[in-house]
Design a protein around this ligand. Structure first.
Ligand code: FPP
Length: 273
């Protein structure tokens, strides 16, 4: 499909409001959101998105009630468990970004298992951000670079974002991929995340395809479908993307089609006691 972003980043906002509109507890919105996330992943893989990064839990989300946080941690673990076979079947590599030291050990073990068992996937690299703060990631990266005598950090920065989508009607980046979103196109949709459909996503991509991306120049830059260069590639002496993320240029043609979506086969687990 023309105009598909190489790297799509999504702030999945609106789960709580989706539940409130139905006079349901917030956890139901998150559970429904997890189903939408599953459909989003499958659709992006089908369309040829190479990198998809989802903001599942920000480092500021620890401020939420203990029950909600506990439910989300359980949901992440069960979601990873349920998704594993589908990710492998569709050639999708999953990585988790963010701090791990504050997460429940059982979740960390599940994350590591799914990362290891999907590591061979070359069709799409899915990153899920859990306990993630972009500012913290940048602070760490700059501190590490300084300790290594480098001017600029190479890790843990991701490929540049081509398109950042936020659902739920708010128009802000929060603390998500601040460095990587330089020159990203922005898309904000009013749909609450659980209501986001594949047709909504197609409309967002169609709009993205019309954008004139000049990257500070005067003419549209000849950016290959798949991504703009990372900043490290543009800096004299910078490390290249290929040196830090070998799958960056992996194309969509490398794998089998994604399985059809279904909301019916896995519903919410009950809330924590
Ligand atoms: C923001 O909506 C959403 C979250 C903090 C949780 C996101 C989690 C999921 C979508 C489910 C799990 C997904 C994966 C990929 C593991 P909000 O609660 O702030 O909504 P509100 O603004 O309406 O209150």
């Amino acid at each position: 499909m023309k105009g598909v972003p190489g790297h799509l980043a999504v702030i999945m906002d609106g789960n709580g409001r989706w539940a409130a509109k139905r006079a349901r507890p917030r956890w139901m919105g998150h559970a429904r959101g997890a189903q939408t996330a599953r459909e989003l992943v499958a659709h992006c893989a089908r369309l040829g998105v190479q990198h998809l990064t989802l903001y599942a839990f920000s480092s500021d989300n620890w401020k939420r009630p203990r029950e909600e946080v506990g439910f989300l941690m359980d949901l992440f673990a069960s979601h990873l468990e349920r998704q594993l076979a589908e990710l492998r079947a569709n050639g999708i590599r999953l990585s988790i970004i963010g701090r791990r030291d504050r997460l429940p050990p059982a979740l960390v073990a599940k994350m590591e298992e799914v990362e290891a068992r999907t590591a061979q996937g070359t069709r799409m690299h899915l990153r899920v951000a859990i306990d993630y703060s972009s500012k913290a990631a940048l602070q760490e990266a700059f501190a590490r670079a300084q300790a290594e005598g480098q001017e600029w950090p190479a890790d843990p920065l991701l490929p540049n974002v081509d398109l950042l989508l936020r659902t739920g009607g708010e128009r802000r980046l929060s603390d998500f991929l601040l460095w990587e979103c330089a020159y990203a196109e922005l898309a904000f949709v009013d749909a609450l995340f659980p209501d986001l459909t594949t047709a909504d996503l197609d409309a967002v991509f169609a709009d993205f395809a019309k954008r004139d991306r000049r990257f500070g120049g005067l003419n549209s830059a000849p950016v290959p479908v798949g991504n703009a260069a990372r900043f490290s590639e543009r800096r004299p002496g910078g490390r290249t993307e290929a040196s830090t993320s070998p799958d960056h240029h992996a194309g969509p043609a490398a794998a089998a089609p994604a399985r059809p979506d279904s909301r019916a086969d896995s519903r919410a687990s009950p809330p924590p006691p």
